[in-house]
Unconditional design. Structure first.
Length: 380
């Protein structure tokens, strides 16, 4: 297999690298994190102007027709820079659902705005009791002559505090864990009956819990066939998982780089501590974990846009499991090799460690995906 990047892919990676390097210092990130928006709106607009938010969309819908590999190249740089913008939620997950489920009018009206960064979307699929299960939905949608009425609560909606539209899953029929009976609705956060309670997450991002009380949704803001969207939710979450693995990869690479630099410069007993064999062995362990995670992130990127299948689902579950375990191991080892300085607020490593922990729980933790992988093996 040829792992060399094409000229276009190399240019895309270089563009993302320069953008993050020049505009996302740790000090700037902290200012963005403390702001009301929780990220940089100017940086988000730059992504749109340079076409980075358009990469995954079809050319006919205002995009560049990029694959999971192109997404991986960008996400790794965003992870390296600890970028706060909800790219995965808006472009990959929400944008992917509109591409897959939207009718021609919805695609034509909405996707160019997402691709140009005019709109910021997010997804609200988790609930307090759901524990990563997309089919565990208690939010209800009732149909009437004029459209739909939504009532319920969604938890940990990353980017929901500033989103222009939020994609919400709601049950139109059946019991709370039925595979069928789930619909997908686009709601305006400013609509009557919508309440958002915002907060900052442990890794510096911002999100909200979403409370819906008889929120009206017009028929033209319903995606797909009500009651039949679960397969699409799972498929697009697979694409989001592949992008998330790439982000974690960039963050792990930076954590390894910071640790190696520290071992070369920190003096103890008149010599750099990197000369101590036991610390060299631990650095090798970190690099080994990184190489395994790199292989799985590349595999996930290559299969992310494939036709839905058991093999694709197995691969993505395995990738999330391996990358999550590697992320936790690298974060812990890096902190221990740095000592107390590793968790100081002014040093980037602690922020990478927190981000890696957060990524390991989004879209399912390692135990969840190990169980999913095992179940998919039984199916095969």
């Amino acid at each position: 297999m040829n792992f060399n990047l094409t000229e276009e892919q190399q240019m895309l990676q270089d563009t993302a690298t320069r953008l993050v390097r020049d505009g996302y210092s740790l000090e700037a990130r902290e200012q963005h994190s403390r702001s009301e928006e929780g990220f940089s709106r100017a940086f988000w607009q730059q992504l749109g102007e340079l076409g980075l938010t358009a990469v995954p969309f079809p050319e006919a819908l205002g995009g560049f027709g990029g694959s999971g590999v192109e997404t991986m190249l960008m996400m790794a740089e965003f992870g390296r820079g600890l970028c706060l913008e909800p790219y995965v939620q808006s472009v990959i997950y929400a944008g992917g659902l509109i591409t897959q489920l939207g009718n021609p009018s919805q695609q034509r009206d909405w996707l160019p705005r997402v691709a140009s960064a005019q709109w910021l979307l997010t997804v609200a699929f988790e609930e307090a009791q759901s524990h990563y299960h997309l089919n565990d939905v208690q939010t209800r949608a009732e149909r009437d002559a004029e459209g739909w009425t939504l009532t319920g609560r969604k938890a940990v909606v990353i980017g929901g505090h500033q989103a222009d539209l939020i994609l919400v899953s709601a049950r139109v029929s059946g019991e709370s864990r039925d595979e069928h009976g789930i619909g997908l609705f686009l709601i305006d956060p400013q609509a009557v009956g919508v309440e958002r309670r915002s907060y900052q997450t442990v890794d510096g991002h911002k999100g909200c819990d979403l409370y819906l009380s008889k929120v009206r949704v017009a028929n033209d803001h319903v995606l797909g066939e009500p009651g039949q969207v679960l397969a699409a939710l799972r498929y697009q979450q697979g694409r989001a998982i592949a992008a998330q693995c790439a982000e974690a990869l960039g963050s792990m690479e930076e954590a390894c780089r910071l640790t190696l630099d520290y071992l070369k410069t920190r003096q103890q007993f008149g010599m750099p501590i990197g000369q101590f064999q036991v610390l060299q062995h631990r650095m090798v362990d970190m690099r080994t974990e990184l190489e395994q995670a790199t292989s799985m992130a590349i595999l996930a990127a290559c299969c992310a846009d494939q036709v839905d299948s058991t093999e694709r689902s197995r691969t993505l579950a395995a990738a999330k499991f391996i990358v999550t375990r590697a992320a936790r191991s690298i974060a812990e080892q890096a902190i221990q090799l740095h000592g107390a300085i590793g968790m100081t607020w002014e040093y980037a490593l602690g922020h990478h460690a927190k981000r890696l922990v957060m990524l390991s729980h989004q879209f399912g933790d390692d135990d969840h995906h190990l169980k999913a992988y095992s179940t998919l093996l039984d199916v095969a």
